[in-house]
Design a protein around this ligand. Sequence first.
Ligand SMILES: Cc1cc2nc3c(=O)[nH]c(=O)nc-3n(C[C@H](O)[C@H](O)[C@H](O)COP(=O)(O)OP(=O)(O)OC[C@H]3O[C@@H](n4cnc5c(N)ncnc54)[C@H](O)[C@@H]3O)c2cc1C
Length: 396
Amino acid sequence: MRKKVLVVGAGASGILSAILCARKGAKVEVYEQNTKIAKKILVSGNGRCNISNRQLSSSDYFSHNPSFVNFALQSFSFDKFEKFCNEIGLFLNVLDDGRAYPLSNEAKSVVKIFEDYAKGLGVIFHTDTHITDIKKLMKDSDAVIIATGSRAGEHLGGNSNGEEFAKEFGHTILPSYPSLVQLHLNSQIVKKMSGVKLSAEVTLILNGVKDISVIGDVLFTNYGVSGFAILDISQAVSSALIGYQAVDISINLLPAFNMQKLAQHISKIAQNMPTLTILDILVGIIPIKVANGVLEELNIANTIKDKEIHIKLAKRIANLILNWKFEVFDTHGFRHAEVSGGGIDTSEIDETTMMSKKTKNLYFVGEVLDVLGRRGGYNFAFAWSSAYLAAKNIIH
Ligand SMILES: Cc1cc2nc3c(=O)[nH]c(=O)nc-3n(C[C@H](O)[C@H](O)[C@H](O)COP(=O)(O)OP(=O)(O)OC[C@H]3O[C@@H](n4cnc5c(N)ncnc54)[C@H](O)[C@@H]3O)c2cc1C
């Protein structure tokens, strides 16, 4: 008798579980609420899809149960995943830092190849079909795989349905929060710097104490900040915000300078070129909108020049450029987040099979679980490897 497997959600983890079950002879049907499958894969990596990473380890993930991912990542390693992709005709380009992309550099080729291959194996996709009753699916099948993802990217289908399903079966849900997400700052001046992008060092300050630092792009926006450095620090920020901690970030706009060197540079230029205003001097160092922002924050007229720019004032300016503190009062929310932290407590899921420890033949894979990866292909990597384990256990 062929096993019947029903999958809820046609994202990365749902499609791969369906393929692997069907490959071993199961009759597989996938339910997807959107009119098209895999919307998140299509937009991922800015349309290029950072599909995985050659260097995978549990240290690339955040979870209340950090070792949970180990078995999955070891069982379906990057090499195994790449071999599978090659077998189905999807070739990868692996960058020096380990990030992998489809060779075509197009996310749509990933979706097309996976979809065509799944359909060729007889997988049936029911799109435009929103599932609400898991117990009914359980009665109609040998196994049900919940692959409904998280609330991140609400316009792409992100929701908390998977958590609600898990709750019905007695699972514990850990509070979810947006991650890989932009931040809202309590500052009017930031709005005036909107559109400026620079490479900076961002340090998280929790309850007044310095925490992690990240170097990378920072983009000022009309609500706060975006850019890779901000996305990279956002997990720590967002989880602290839901824990009601006081969260600030300090931005060093010129990481290559130290305070003394920068202050001396400013006062030396003022001495050598007395006709230059302080704004003229700063635009030789930082973008003009930021220069104006710095002066406004310090209440310094942008027209002062010559002897008015004494070393004490230069030090105040240098100090702000290297250590500009902003209060973070919110994130840009689930709609704009790439992923979400929290979710189904993994201590209630068998890490070797992804089966619920509470209900036989019910599986949870991908981002619906309390597993959150760093930026760099780690989220897809867990979606693939958790899907692999579920399928392997169903069709052994
Ligand atoms: C803009 C963006 C860019 C990203 N870029 C990358 C990247 O480059 N690399 C990377 O590793 N990760 C990236 N991610 C994260 C990655 O997309 C997710 O971690 C991954 O898609 C999770 O896969 P999943 O299968 O668990 O869930 P999803 O891909 O979210 O799939 C879940 C599916 O279930 C469907 N669904 C939900 N509820 C129901 C229901 N009740 N009935 C029927 N269907 C339902 C949803 O519509 C959705 O299609 C990105 C995310 C976003 C939003």
